[in-house]
Write a protein that binds this ligand. Structure first.
Ligand SMILES: [Zn+2]
Length: 149
């Protein structure tokens, strides 16, 4: 028996034809939404697209997706999105593959909480491997914050 969709997915589905939160200018359903659910669930083909889909998941409150794309070795036990945070935009600065199966994505994500703007400038590390027995795919591992800029 099919489970009813989680409320967050229902909300995301209602936005399927809206512009994707990641800023690609494509509809959500043709961008990050493909990896959030459906036949291509969790199948973001490279680290940059996984990065974008995780940003969109933060915007949409898709906690389960964040957990399923966070490497088991570093995924926090408590993982929740804060509905009070308003995400304002994502800018992917660069994506590189230092060696096969590893990638780094530098990005700036802007948000607002309680009237205060916040700018997150991070280089995230990703690996491509079979970390949960469901096949090889990309995972977020951890990130380094860039102070000041
Ligand atoms: Zn997107």
């Amino acid at each position: 028996m099919a489970r009813p969709p989680a409320p967050a997915f229902a909300a995301a589905r209602a936005l399927a034809h809206s512009a994707c939160p990641c800023g690609s200018a494509r509809p959500l359903a043709a961008c990050c939404g493909r990896w959030h659910e459906g036949p291509l669930h969790l199948q973001a083909p490279d680290a940059a697209q996984l990065m974008r889909s995780r940003y969109s998941a933060y915007v949409l409150g898709l906690t389960d997706y964040l957990r399923r794309t966070w490497h088991p070795s570093t995924c926090p036990a408590e993982l929740d999105t804060d509905p009070a945070v308003r995400w304002l935009g994502l800018q992917v600065r660069s994506a590189r593959t230092p060696e096969p199966g590893r990638a780094e994505v530098e990005f700036v994500a802007r948000s607002r909480l309680g009237g205060r703007g916040h700018r997150l400038h991070e280089t995230s590390r990703f690996v491509s491997e079979d970390a949960d027995g469901t096949g090889v795919r990309w995972w977020y591992v951890d990130g380094t914050l860039h102070a000041g800029g």
